[in-house]
Design a protein around this ligand. Structure first.
Ligand code: NAD
Length: 492
């Protein structure tokens, strides 16, 4: 039997065994095989990483932006070269299908590509003669050391909403992956190491609460990006702000889609099913409530129920599988309890995905797609982020009622409308209180050249991840005003 590997941290250009005394086993959610052990790194390891990053910053910020992005070009090539292996690793530790893992890595690479444009994106502005002989300019400078704290559901993509921009802008960086899925970042750091980035520019700290708290409190860490659940996002935002840090915290979600009676039902059903059941519903942009208006209550309900029943569930590595397991037993039990609660609250269990028998994987954390109909719009199920393959149906009579329901939620990550009516689409785009809007499409994640714009309790901060928002987040502006008299040049 092979020994179970123990993951290391990467600090100051070295792979280091952790001094942790506590470890977590990383378990393949489909097979329940133990893949590795991850250390719960200590505060002192975070301090080492922050100190190394602060030291590296002195030289890194002086490296021209055009030179800094050369490392990203190398990284892009390495990620392409190791694309299949990285996608497999995501599926092994996270459970999603191989196609979903590839989609995730593709978006990660796209962020590297966008950040290669930093020499253009980071430019400031200037104006000559703001007064006679006086020029004023705004320049962008990096902050120093920054860090990201990641969730379990996109181990390959989410760090890339931040890392490429952070380092291309001249900052040095610390990544704290989710302790549930640390293998992908371990592999990505092996590739980052191959790019030849100077020591200390990028650092990897595995761990959980102790490591996070040390990041929040370390005086040399200037900016923190967080992605995860809303209660932890609020915690990070308040503790980090109390320590004077710049923060962007992406939280949880409860995403509604509205189906109008004129929608193309076949297309809507296919997209709604992908949105609700893709990645087993463990996406912050997953559709979790479908609101039908008028006649759509019959057409859409029948179609989505059939699609849910026919979804092929299994090990994400197996061919033809359309949906994998949920991350762990705790999650499975929580989701099943919420399904039960929905039924107790009066909803009809139209498709019950609990306790499925998946041939060959009887111990895996599987739940099949589940649909609850006539969910109470103000009940717990309509309000709670289930983060599993569960779609709640609510039937209403008008677009105004549907938009009011969308806007009554605490979250504002994503909302979609399905219709063939342009005026209805405009009304929805204008009125819906969510930062990511889909019209006849499920928002998977904004392309890397747009910001990821969650609202309300789905986001705490002002500058979002990706694109020009990331450049703004990872730089501080300096305004310089200069007077140079013409006569001083006359001597030459
Ligand atoms: P989580 O909040 O449990 O964990 C996220 C990170 O916070 C992990 O790195 C974890 O180690 C750390 N953490 C957890 N508890 C902590 C504590 N008490 N103190 C300090 N640090 C702590 O989230 P998760 O279960 O890994 O991920 C799922 C959640 O992430 C869902 O709510 C989902 O909606 C959300 N999410 C949001 C987005 C978005 O863009 N808004 C994207 C992906 C996931």
């Amino acid at each position: 039997m092979n020994a179970i590997p123990t993951l290391h941290n990467y600090i100051n250009g070295q792979w280091c065994a952790s001094t942790a005394t506590e470890y977590l086993e990383i378990i393949n959610p489909a097979t329940i095989e133990i893949l590795a052990k991850v250390p719960f790194s200590t505060a002192s390891e975070v301090h080492q990483a922050a100190d190394a990053a602060a030291e590296a910053f002195v030289t890194w910020r002086r490296t021209p932006a055009s030179e800094r992005v050369q490392y990203l070009f190398k990284l892009k090539n390495l990620l392409e070269e190791h694309f299949e292996d990285l996608a497999q690793t995501i599926t092994l530790e996270c459970g999603k299908t191989l196609a979903e893992s590839k989609g995730e890595m593709r978006r990660a690479i796209e962020n590297v590509e966008v950040a290669c444009g930093i020499p253009m994106m980071m430019q400031g502005t200037n104006l000559e003669d703001v007064a006679k002989g006086i020029d004023e300019m705004m320049i962008r400078q990096p902050l120093g050391v920054a860090a990201v704290i990641c969730p379990f559901n996109f181990p390959g993509m989410i760090p890339f909403w931040f890392l490429p921009y952070a380092i291309a802008c001249g900052n040095t960086y610390i990544v704290k992956p989710s302790e549930k899925v640390p293998l992908t970042m371990q592999k990505i750091f092996q590739l980052l190491e191959k790019t030849g980035l100077p020591k200390g520019v990028i650092n990897l700290i595995n761990g959980a609460k102790e490591a996070v708290d040390a990041i929040l409190d370390h005086p040399k860490i200037r900016a923190i990006s967080f992605v995860g659940s809303t209660p932890i996002a609020k915690y990070i935002y308040s503790r980090g702000a109390a320590n004077g840090k710049r923060l962007q915290c992406q939280g949880g979600a409860k995403n509604p889609i509205i189906v109008l009676p004129d929608a193309d039902i076949a297309m809507t059903t296919r997209i709604a099913a992908d949105s609700a059941f893709g990645c087993a519903g463990q996406r912050c942009l997953a559709a979790s409530i479908a609101v039908t208006v008028g006649e759509a209550r019959h057409t859409f309900t029948e179609a989505i129920a059939e699609t849910a029943r026919n979804r092929i569930v299994g090990n994400g590595l197996d061919q033809g599988v359309e949906m994998g397991p949920v991350i762990d037993v705790r999650s499975k039990t929580r989701i099943e309890t919420l399904i039960e609660k929905g039924a107790n609250e009066g909803a009809k269990l139209l498709v019950d995905g609990r306790n499925p028998q998946i041939t060959g994987y009887k111990n895996g954390n599987f739940i099949r797609p589940t649909i609850l109909e006539n969910v109470d719009p103000v009940g717990e199920i309509a309000r709670t982020e289930i983060f599993g393959p569960v779609l709640s149906l609510i039937h209403l009579n008008s677009i105004d009622e549907a938009i009011a329901l969308v806007n009554s939620g605490q979250y504002g990550n994503m909302a979609c409308l399905f219709t063939t009516n342009g005026a209805a689409a405009r009304k929805f785009r204008y009125e819906a209180e969510a930062g990511n809007i889909g019209i006849n499409i499920g928002v998977a994640a904004p392309m890397a050249f747009f910001p990821f714009s969650g609202w309300k309790e789905s986001f705490f901060g002002d500058l979002h991840g990706q694109s020009n928002h990331a450049v703004e987040f990872f730089t501080q502006t300096k305004v310089v005003v200069e007077r140079w008299r013409d006569e001083w040049a006359r001597q030459f």
